[in-house]
Design a protein around this ligand. Structure first.
Ligand code: 8X3
Length: 246
């Protein structure tokens, strides 16, 4: 029987790469994101389904659950992002609220809505796109790191609360990934700041590297639960220890 997966934030980057990887493994993939034209094109490419969904909107998420139906094998909670690089002293509270809303509450909202279907499949798996920003602090990252730490804790709580149910919770926590949008969104489209993040790093991770890790987790038998998987480019030994050349 064809397994069903939902990927949120599927319009670009890690989400789109994950949708492609899971489709390549035989999943029927529901591609969910705010930008309907993008998820439609992706769904057409991979033979999946598209649902326009803003994870911060309760009605959109209810419609996503309706589209999924009664049984779901895999949910990839990938929608999220960083919206600033500001010190705590100067941060804009509304920007922090927006990061908490999409990264933490968006994840909770989608998980709540799809949990009955994940349990009904008898073999559910939730993969959360987390971050190394959910493990450490860094200057100017407080709003994003607080949100990603929140994601990490919510995932751990779900593992505890649902230990007796047929659903697993895994967090994939990447470090520096060069995607078309993550740093552009964070820096409001400032190309120089975007370039500076990756300057001299021989080979940052790309979306496909993270998608491959997610694909691997979905291939494991149900008794194997990967709590967390931290991955970085070889040139990033730790958040502040990045080997740059030139
Ligand atoms: C992205 C990793 O280093 O920009 O989740 O916080 S970092």
């Amino acid at each position: 029987m064809t397994r069903l997966a939902v990927v949120t934030g599927a319009s670009s980057g890690i989400g789109a790469a994950t949708a492609r990887a899971l489709a390549g493994d035989g999943f029927e993939v529901v591609c969910a994101a705010r930008r309907e034209d993008r998820v439609r094109a992706l769904a057409e490419e991979i033979g999946g389904r598209a649902v326009a969904c803003d994870v911060t909107d309760a009605e959109d998420v209810a419609a996503l659950a309706d589209a999924v139906g009664g049984s779901l094998d895999v949910l990839v909670n990938n929608a999220g992002g960083a919206f600033d690089q500001a010190t705590v002293a100067e941060a804009d509270i509304d920007t922090w609220r927006a990061m908490y809303e999409v990264n933490v509450l968006g994840t909770v909202r989608v998980t709540q809505a799809l949990l009955p279907a994940l349990i009904a499949s008898g073999n559910g798996l939730v993969v959360q796109t987390g971050s190394t920003a959910g493990r450490v602090a860094y200057e100017g990252g407080g709003g994003y790191t607080a949100a990603k730490h929140g994601v990490n804790v919510v995932n751990e709580t779900l593992r505890l609360e649902l230990v007796d149910q047929p659903v697993r919770f895994t967090e994939i926590a990447p470090g520096m990934v060069r995607t078309e949008e993550f740093s552009k969104v964070r820096f409001g489209g400032d190309q120089d700041k975007y370039d500076a993040v990756y300057a001299g790093v021989a080979e940052p991770l790309v979306a496909e590297d993270v998608a491959e890790a997610i694909r691997w987790v979905t291939s494991l038998p149900h008794h194997v639960s990967i709590d967390e998987l931290v991955m970085r480019p070889k040139a990033q030994a730790a958040q502040h220890k990045v080997h740059r050349v030139g």
